[in-house]
Design a binder for this molecule. Structure first.
Ligand code: GNR
Ligand code: NI
Length: 177
């Protein structure tokens, strides 16, 4: 397994629309293993392939307390979403240090293939429902800050760009690449 680099907003590659996975073969299984390692290492509850610059419909999630219940969603589709919505505080590994409220359906039903290529249907509510909607947005090239006002989004963009410039300077001074 190998840890992959997570893209940071406002990287334009985060707005790429992912294509369906063609078959759950060895390449996809390695990718899933790498995504799980990357998600756990970053202490995230989910990760979409888009975030590691792979533009295929592939998501990993683990909302369990003990972080031992991985969910793999290949070619996921939300087939039903409740009309009732709830406002949740969201964060994103691609938008480090930023948290804000986003309205989502309280419950969703999603169909997908699992890590072995077997069809599965998941009925989700609570944090899992939020996470599924957040991850499926990534596959469509959408980051949660796009639900916020343009003013908030621009402030977030500036803050992250400034942080990225400072991180780059530190890296150079240490002779890293
Ligand atoms: O780790 C994550 N936490 C989180 C919290 C509230 C709503 C959504 C999320 S998903 C995020 C990981 C991530 O960026 N997935 O794309
Ligand atoms: Ni995210």
């Amino acid at each position: 397994m190998a840890k992959r680099t997570i893209l940071s907003y406002p990287d334009p590659r985060l707005h790429t629309v992912a294509k369906p996975v063609q078959g759950v073969d060895a390449r996809i299984k390695t990718l899933v293993a790498d995504m799980l390692e990357t998600m756990y290492d970053a202490n995230g509850i989910g990760l979409a392939a888009t975030q590691i610059d792979v533009h295929e419909r592939l998501v990993v999630i683990d909302v369990s307390e003990d972080r031992d219940k991985p969910i793999v969603l290949i070619n996921p589709e939300i087939v039903w979403a409740s009309d009732d919505k709830v406002l949740n505080e969201e964060g994103c590994l691609s938008v480090p240090g930023i948290y804000d409220g986003v309205e989502r359906s309280t419950s969703v039903r999603v169909t997908a293939l699992d890590g072995e290529g077997e069809p599965q249907t998941i009925e989700a509510e609570g944090l899992l429902a939020v996470c599924i909607q957040h991850e499926l947005d990534h596959l469509l090239g959408k980051v949660f800050v796009e639900y916020l006002s343009p003013l908030k989004r621009n402030r977030i963009k500036s803050k992250l760009l400034k942080q990225q410039r400072e991180d780059q300077k530190l890296d150079q001074r240490e002779g890293r690449r």
